[in-house]
Design a protein around this ligand. Structure first.
Ligand code: ADP
Length: 390
C-alpha cells in the first residue's frame, strides 16, 4: 500500500493541501503527487486540485463550509484519487510556535494546549491553524499529526535580534521578535545550499500579500524584519509594516479609536491598499497609471532597499540576494526597482535573466548573486515528515 504524506495550511477562509510520496530514504526529497485547496470556506466553498501531470479540477464543495467540512472534502479527494494509499502522517503549518517550538513537533494534548495559549500572540492566524488541526484529527484519527511553525526558523537568532528594548519583564513574558515566513525561508535556504553552496551570507525577500525579509548565515536565520507580530517590517498588501508606536498612541488617545479599530486599520486597511486607495494586489497597481499606485509601489520598494542594507550590515556583507513569493517570483519590475543603482555595491541585474525570472538573474561579474526562486512551504512540511513516518 502506498504511503502518502498530507500537508495542510489552514487559513481563515482556505485550506491548502498537498500529498507527497516519501523519498526512498529519509534524506531523499519527497515526490509531490497532488496539490489543491478548498477556498471561500465560509461563503461559497470551492475545491480545486491537480494531480501531478493532470489537468486542474475545480468543483463547488457545498459541504466544506467549515474547516471540518473542508477536511472531509480533502479526505474524499485522497480516497478517490489514491484508493490504495494510506495517510500515516499529516503535517500542519502553524504560524506561532512561541519560544518552545524550535522545529517540527508531534502534536499531543500538551502541545495543543501550548499552541492554544499562544493565540493572543497571533489572534488573526493561530486559531485557524488550530481549527485545521482539530478537523484533521477528526478526519484522520489514526495518522500522526505534526506541526511546523513559521517562527521556528528564527528561534536561534541572537539576543540582540530577538529583544525589544522594553523593560526586561516583557521579554520574559514572551514579547520578542519572533519573525515569520519560516517555512518559506527554510525551503529557500535549502535551495540555496543546492544551487549556490558557496553563498554563506544570504538575504531573502519573501514578497507576497504578507512580506518580510530574512538574513541567513550558514543556513540559519540571524535577523528578520517581522517582529512580535506579522505587522512589522515591510509594506504589505493591507498591513502597515514598520510604524512608530507613537502613531498607535495618537490613534488611541487623540482620535479616540478603540483597540479593535486600530487593529482593523493596521492589519486590513494599510499597506499597498491604504497608500494607493486602489488595491492590495501588486498586479493591479502595476497596471494602473494612477499617481497614488506609483507612490504606493515606491514606498514598498524603498522599504525593501532600506532593509536590504540593514540586513547586509547584520550579516557583515552579502553573497546572495533572493526574491521569492507572489511578487518576488513574478514581478521583474519590482526586482529591478529594488536593485536599481546598486552597481557601486557590486550588485547588478541582467535585464534578460530578470525578465525570465528563474534562478540566477544577476549580471555576469555581479559580486552579489541575485536569484528569483519559487518558494514551496508545503515541501518544507513534507520533508519534515520523514522524522514522524516510522
Ligand atoms: P500570500 O502571502 O497570500 O501567499 P502570494 O505569495 O500569493 O501571497 O503573493 C500575492 C501577491 O503577488 C499579490 O500582490 C499579487 O498581485 C502578486 N503577484 C502575483 N503575480 C504577479 C505578477 N505577475 N506581477 C506582479 N505581482 C504579482
Amino acid at each position: 500500500m502506498t504511503r502518502l504524506i498530507l500537508t495542510l495550511n489552514t487559513g481563515s477562509s482556505s485550506a491548502k493541501f498537498a500529498l507527497f510520496e516519501p523519498g526512498a530514504t529519509p534524506t531523499d526529497t519527497p515526490v509531490e503527487r497532488l496539490r489543491g485547496q478548498v477556498s471561500a470556506i465560509r461563503s461559497d466553498p470551492q475545491l480545486t486540485y491537480r494531480v501531478e501531470g493532470g489537468e486542474a479540477v475545480r468543483t463547488p464543495a457545498p459541504g466544506a463550509g467549515t474547516h471540518k467540512g473542508a477536511l472531509a472534502a480533502i479526505l474524499d479527494v485522497v480516497n478517490a484519487q489514491f484508493p490504495n494509499a494510506e495517510v500515516p502522517v499529516v503535517g500542519h503549518r502553524i504560524v506561532h510556535g512561541g519560544t518552545r517550538m524550535t522545529g517540527p513537533t508531534r502534536v499531543d494534548a500538551h502541545v495543543r494546549d501550548y499552541l492554544a495559549s499562544l493565540t493572543p500572540f497571533a489572534p488573526l492566524h493561530q486559531p485557524h491553524g488550530l481549527s485545521g488541526l482539530e478537523a484533521a484529527i477528526a478526519q484522520f484519527p489514526d495518522a500522526v499529526q505534526f506541526a511546523c511553525f513559521d517562527t521556528s526558523f528564527h528561534r536561534g537568532q541572537p539576543f540582540e535580534s530577538d529583544a525589544y528594548a522594553l523593560p526586561r519583564s516583557y521579554f520574559d513574558k514572551g514579547i520578542r521578535r519572533y519573525g515569520f515566513h519560516g517555512l518559506s525561508y527554510d525551503y529557500i535556504a535549502g535551495e540555496m545550499r543546492r544551487i549556490a553552496p558557496e553563498a554563506r551570507r544570504v538575504v531573502i525577500a519573501h514578497l507576497g500579500n504578507g512580506s518580510s525579509m530574512c538574513a541567513v548565515k550558514d543556513g540559519r536565520s540571524v535577523d528578520s524584519t517581522m517582529g512580535f507580530t506579522a505587522l512589522d517590517g515591510l509594506v504589505m498588501g493591507t498591513r502597515c509594516g514598520q510604524l512608530d508606536p507613537g502613531v498607535v498612541l495618537y490613534m488611541l488617545e487623540q482620535e479616540g479609536m478603540s483597540a479593535a479599530e486600530v487593529s482593523e486599520v493596521l492589519y486590513k486597511r494599510s499597506g499597498l491598499l491604504g497608500l494607493s486607495g486602489i488595491s492590495n494586489d501588486m498586479r493591479v497597481l502595476e497596471a494602473s497609471g494612477a499617481a497614488q499606485a506609483r507612490e504606493a509601489i515606491s514606498v514598498f520598494v524603498a522599504r525593501i532597499r532600506r532593509e536590504f542594507g540593514a540586513l547586509t550590515a547584520v550579516l557583515g556583507g552579502v553573497d546572495a540576494f533572493v526574491f521569492t513569493a507572489g511578487i518576488g517570483e513574478n514581478s521583474a519590475s519590482i526586482r529591478a526597482q529594488v536593485c536599481e543603482g546598486m552597481d557601486w555595491f557590486g550588485l547588478a541585474l541582467d535585464p534578460e535573466k530578470n525578465a525570465a525570472g528563474e534562478g540566477l538573474i544577476s549580471a555576469e561579474g555581479s559580486r552579489v548573486g541575485v536569484y528569483a526562486i519559487r518558494t514551496d512551504e508545503e515541501m518544507t512540511i513534507a520533508k519534515a515528515a520523514a522524522a514522524f513516518l516510522d
